[in-house]
Design a protein around this ligand. Structure first.
Ligand code: H2U
Ligand code: ZN
Length: 353
């Protein structure tokens, strides 16, 4: 348990993966709140939408047509942020103050299901397992490219997160650099592994399993918890129970375990405010740079913007933008609320494909 005085008094918590602090002000959570927590009528979507650029058989921008796919479907993004074959150029002026360099890369879109009206939380176990298998296969394929050093798998869900289309899909951006967030985690995990000979997240997971108060859903392969240093109100961290460095290293059983936790967690999120819960989800895996990565422990972050209801979101502005992230709701109470809604182990045959 936490030192009792921290339950009421302002304090800051360290994120050992990034080396950054978050300010926690639990006493503010008790302040009067006039807003209602009300269910929002869900948008009714058709199973197939003739105007959707991700539905089977439909045309996309640029003239491509999607095949009549049955499971997942991957295509090269028609508006990629990164492209292959960019000339290798570096600009360094003003004694290192004005620096730019070229970044080659490949951007893909992953349709999770042919059904326009589903989310990960509503798909069957087999459907979500198919998504994980696709992430694994894409990671293997993209990391084999000689100019790729990092493969970022992610999903932006919901209009609140800037997602342009409700059709269940995610993206993969593979790049020639190791981007900011994984680069921070590489440095901290490396330092921890060289000091202790064990992975940072393996030791952290052992601590959380004993403490119990931040656990949300788990099985023998994957644990979802609200990290001690969570910034977003209902942020979660998914950690592999057996340390592996990347998605392709997950065994078949472990992929089933991740599918089970992903489904139960996204269902718990949907039940929290009785709304199809928006979030950004991303897998953090080892860089594919030919170095061994015994320090890297496969994990995923889920960052949902909602704070008090389906319509009240947290904004990262003011102090957060200029000084440090801050939260009122403690990670422990967020975990308790999610745990209550994710307690049941779902039957494998509920849901849709
Ligand atoms: P969101 O996940 O943020 O909604 O983005 C969907 C992606 O789909 C976006 O990166 C791509 C956009 O470039 N896209 C296509 O590749 N082809 C299309 O016909 C429309 C959208
Ligand atoms: Zn669609």
């Amino acid at each position: 348990m936490m030192t009792t005085s921290f339950e009421q008094q302002p304090h800051r918590r360290l994120n050992p993966l990034t080396g950054e602090w978050v300010l926690v002000s639990p006493h503010r959570a008790a302040r009067p709140w006039q807003g209602q927590v009300e269910p929002v009528a869900g948008e009714h979507l058709p199973a197939h939408d003739a105007t959707c650029y991700l539905c089977p058989g439909n045309a996309r921008a640029g003239g491509h047509r999607n095949p009549d796919y049955a499971g997942t479907y991957v295509f090269d993004n028609d508006f990629p942020a990164l492209v292959t074959g960019t000339p290798d150029v570096r600009h360094d002026a003003a004694g290192g103050l004005v620096v730019a360099e070229s970044v080659p890369g490949i951007c893909r879109v992953v349709c999770f299901s042919p059904r326009h009206d589903l989310t990960l939380s509503q798909m069957t176990h087999e459907g979500v397992r198919g998504v994980i298998d696709t992430w694994c296969a894409q990671t293997s394929e993209l990391s084999a490219h000689h100019d790729i050093r990092y493969v970022q798998v992610f999903e932006n869900r919901g209009a609140m997160m800037g997602c342009s289309n409700p059709h269940p899909h995610g993206q993969i951006w593979a790049s020639g650099d190791v981007p900011n967030e994984p680069a921070k985690e590489l440095a901290t995990q490396r330092a921890y592994f060289s000091a202790h000979g064990r992975t940072m997240l393996g030791d952290y997971l052992a601590y959380e399993r004993t403490a119990g108060e931040r656990l949300v859903v788990e099985n023998e392969h994957c644990v979802a918890l609200v990290p001690f240093w969570a910034v977003w109100p209902f942020e979660t961290l998914l950690v592999a129970t057996h340390p592996v460095a990347d998605l392709p290293s997950l065994s078949g059983d472990a992929r089933d375990g991740w599918a089970d936790v992903l489904r139960r967690l996204t269902r718990a999120y949907d039940r929290l405010f009785d709304v199809s819960f928006p979030y950004s989800l991303g897998i953090h895996q080892a860089p594919c740079d030919d170095d061994p990565h015994p320090e890297w422990h496969l994990h995923a972050h889920v960052y949902p913007p909602l704070l008090r209801s389906a319509t009240v979101r947290k904004f990262m502005v003011g102090y957060e933008l200029l000084a440090s992230p801050q939260r009122d709701l403690t990670p422990e109470s967020a975990a308790e609320r999610l745990r209550e809604r994710g307690a049941t182990r779902e039957s494998r045959d509920t849901g849709a494909p």
